[in-house]
Write a protein that binds this ligand. Structure first.
Ligand code: HEM
Ligand code: SF4
Ligand code: SF4
Length: 382
């Protein structure tokens, strides 16, 4: 399996980080929870920016300039917002690679994977619309590049670009539309996150308090030490007509996702090809789980009715909600309930085998003693 060396490298890196942070605070173990931390940091810092931001072509840049240079702590909040968005992007991508490389992204995890791809796209749209709101020369350049690129999408390009710009050209409504994307789409993100967790029984969605305090401190100090800049706007009377830059400056957020289409577009690669390549990335991610042939679900837990006492230990321990406790009817035993495994949900993890004190649940072709030894070994890994 091609992910095996990648998985080994990931686990090796994680073990190394255990020595630095200890097992309890290793950030790698919170790859899914850390984007949530940044969502909160973005929400809190964004509230202040929202209070002072004015989304029209004539006032947007001036309002950001006010926040940056005149409003007390304005630039601190702006910087926290910017660096939190960078952090979010880094950890979302890390999270994606972690679940991919450790083979936790297919079969019974298909729902978190597919919703994850949607979350990745949403994260990108929210970030991009946020950058455009600044409406300095870079934002104007980025806006033009993006609308041009979107306009080249086959069949729907013109309609899509028009929908994004809220018309055939950049006007005040364009910024209102960007504001809607920046504030409205995160609500959809909450719904997607709910779907994302739906099939995960006990998602680790919050980092431990000590890690939250540490990260908040780093975010705060970093923002204070390296406040973000505001670019220039040479044509204040008509910001939409400000001269465009030839490139947008390096930036964590876009370098991870948007630098390569920009690079290709700037090097005269046909725009249609660039658009098709951009579309190929999420499509490729969506079909990724189906490219790996080896089935994880070639085995699943099986209950031996005669041994099952209906104690529910396996039901309580199963992380995938694959076990149901059903009424066993009048089957001649004194027990009322019976464990039943849903093969479609069983991840073949073996936890129920370890939980059962009656040897009533087994994974055929995996000896109970071996499963117990595997669980023991996993619990003692440091
Ligand atoms: C807003 C961004 C995201 C947030 C806040 C988020 C959050 C989480 C959390 C908290 C978990 C549970 C982790 C655990 O219990 O160890 C999780 C699991 C998962 N996520 Fe995400 N995620 C995001 C984006 C993504 C993306 C972009 C992908 C992939 C394309 C993805 C794929 C998955 C998968 C496959 C799982 C299941 C892993 C498992 O069962 O071990 N997520 N996510
Ligand atoms: S092996 Fe047991 S604990 Fe693991 S998913 Fe299947 S039924 Fe649940
Ligand atoms: S732990 Fe064993 S005995 Fe108890 S319900 Fe599950 S299979 Fe039956």
């Amino acid at each position: 399996m091609y992910t095996e060396p990648l998985q080994n490298a990931t686990l090796w890196l994680e073990r190394g980080l255990n020595k630095l942070f200890s097992q309890k605070y290793n950030p790698f173990y919170y790859h899914g929870a850390l984007p949530n931390f940044f969502i909160w940091a973005l929400f809190i810092s964004g509230l202040l920016l929202f209070a002072y931001y004015q989304p029209t072509l004539a006032t947007a840049y001036a309002s950001v300039r006010y926040i940056t240079y005149e409003l007390p702590f304005g630039n601190l909040f702006r910087s926290i917002h910017r660096y939190a968005s960078d952090g979010m992007m880094i950890f979302v991508i890390l999270h994606m690679f972690r679940v991919w490389f450790t083979d936790r992204y297919r079969e019974y995890r298909i729902v978190p994977w597919v919703t994850g791809v949607v979350l990745l796209i949403i994260t990108f749209i929210v970030g991009l619309s946020g950058y455009l709101l600044i409406w300095d020369q870079e934002a104007v350049t980025l806006a033009n590049m993006t609308f041009n690129l979107v306009g080249k999408t086959p069949f729907v390009g013109a309609a899509l670009a028009e929908a994004l710009m809220a018309g055939k050209m950049i006007t005040d409504y364009t910024l209102t539309r960007m504001m809607f994307l920046h504030l409205g789409i995160p609500l959809f993100m909450m719904f997607m996150l709910w779907l994302h967790y739906l099939r995960i029984t006990r998602p680790v969605s919050e980092p431990p308090l000590a890690l939250v305090v540490m990260l908040s401190g780093v975010l705060f100090l970093f923002s204070a030490a390296f406040p973000v800049e505001l670019g220039v706007l040479t044509n204040m009377s008509d910001p939409a007509a400000a001269p465009l830059l030839t490139a947008v400056s390096p930036n964590v957020y876009f370098d991870l996702l948007y630098a390569w289409p920009q690079y290709l577009a700037a090097h005269n690669v046909a725009p249609l090809l660039v658009v098709l390549l951009v579309i190929a990335v999420p499509v490729g991610l969506l079909i990724l789980p189906y490219l790996q042939k080896k089935a994880l679900r070639d085995q699943f837990a099986v209950v031996t009715r005669e041994n099952c006492t209906g104690c529910s230990l396996c039901y309580n321990d199963c992380p995938y909600e694959a076990i149901e406790m059903v009424d066993r009817g009048n089957d001649g035993t004194r027990f009322k309930r019976l464990a039943v495994v849903d093969p479609g949900r069983c991840a073949n993890c073996g936890l129920c085998v370890g939980a059962c004190a009656f040897k009533a649940i087994e994974i055929p072709r995996r000896d109970t003693n071996n499963v117990l030894a595997e669980i023991e070994a996993a619990l003692t890994v440091s």
